[in-house]
Design a protein around this ligand. Structure first.
Ligand SMILES: NC(=O)CC[C@H](N)C(=O)O
Length: 306
């Protein structure tokens, strides 16, 4: 069997298993603009480390990256320095991604960079490092996705700006503890806009190759060290799906990062980047069909990190 056939067979088998579940779950209507997305969409894309793409379903429709961006702001920050680990821990929180309660008694140091408070700290750092966090992130994602025109969907960003009081609370609380250094309103503006960057499923699979190749960019140059890649993927596995990270490790066994736009990025280190998109979410904010597709993938291929 050729490589081409092997990958197409995997995709067919994954799609067959996931089809009855497409449309399940609830779209993230706490951000009103995301509540308008059709839950019956579904896409699956597999990128090999050599850059070949195999895909099925709605893989060319742009969707909101949301929390998946947290991986790449982190990658940008750790490419410069490891100092961020003074400002954010790397333990699973066991709590919802926007929970406030740990943050008060842990004195403004978030549990990890892949929940909202942690990501706000990382965005604050990127803003200090570059002067333009969302612009720097958009440049990186544009280069890696193969689409030079990736953009912030300003309507979605504004929709979250209008309803984002919980993120505001997190940011002001951390500012009170001295763990936000730029003006809070500026950090929030960059955070809401970074979350609203849109990509297609195929573009996301390409972006994920940065991790699958352990820090090597699409143009062959190195962005961050192998060690940094290993650490980012460890945090992804243990914290990337919030209070469902244990469940994801149990069912899928790959580093995964979800977003409330319905995307999930998973990595088979040194082999594949996998992107799935299904806007219907479970109560913890992870795509129902997306998780099932990734579980089908590891069941079928036996490719997991365990
Ligand atoms: N889990 C997510 O994707 C959350 C991102 C979203 N922008 C929020 O802050 O609530």
């Amino acid at each position: 069997m050729s490589q081409e056939e092997y990958h197409e067979n995997i995709l067919d088998a994954v799609m067959e298993r996931v089809r009855p579940h497409i449309g399940k779950g609830h779209v993230a209507d706490y951000i009103p603009e995301l509540g308008k997305v059709d839950p019956h969409r579904f896409g699956f894309a597999l990128a090999t480390v050599d850059g070949d793409i195999h895909s099925a379903g709605d893989v060319d429709i742009p969707f909101s990256l949301q929390s998946i961006t947290k991986l790449f702001t982190l990658a940008l920050v750790v490419s410069g320095s490891d100092d961020i680990w003074q400002r954010v821990h790397r333990e699973p929180s066991g709590s919802p991604f926007n929970s406030l309660y740990q943050l008060e008694f842990e004195r403004g140091i978030p549990r990890n960079p892949l929940i909202n408070p942690g990501a706000l700290v990382v965005t604050d750092q990127l803003l200090s490092d570059t002067g333009d966090a969302v612009g720097t992130l958009c440049d990186l994602l544009s280069r890696e996705s193969g689409n030079p025109h990736l953009q912030v969907d300003e309507v979605t960003a504004h929709s979250e700006y209008l309803t984002g009081d919980r993120n505001r609370s997190l940011a002001y609380l951390m500012s009170d503890f001295g763990n936000i250094r730029n003006p809070v309103s500026e950090v929030l503006d960059h955070y809401f806009r970074q979350c609203a960057i849109t990509v297609t499923t195929v573009e996301l699979a390409r972006i994920g190759l940065l991790l699958a190749r352990h820090g090597v960019r699409a143009d062959g140059s190195r962005m961050f060290s192998r060690e940094a890649a290993r650490r980012i993927m460890a945090v992804m596995l243990t914290c990337g799906t919030y209070d469902a990270a244990g469940e994801f490790a149990f069912r899928i066994g790959l580093p995964c990062k979800s977003g409330v736009g319905g995307g999930i990025l998973a990595v088979v280190p040194a082999r594949y980047s996998l992107a799935v998109w299904g806007p219907g979410l479970d109560p913890r904010g992870n795509s129902v069909a997306g998780a099932l597709a990734l579980e089908a993938f590891t069941d079928i291929t036996h490719l997991s990190v365990f």
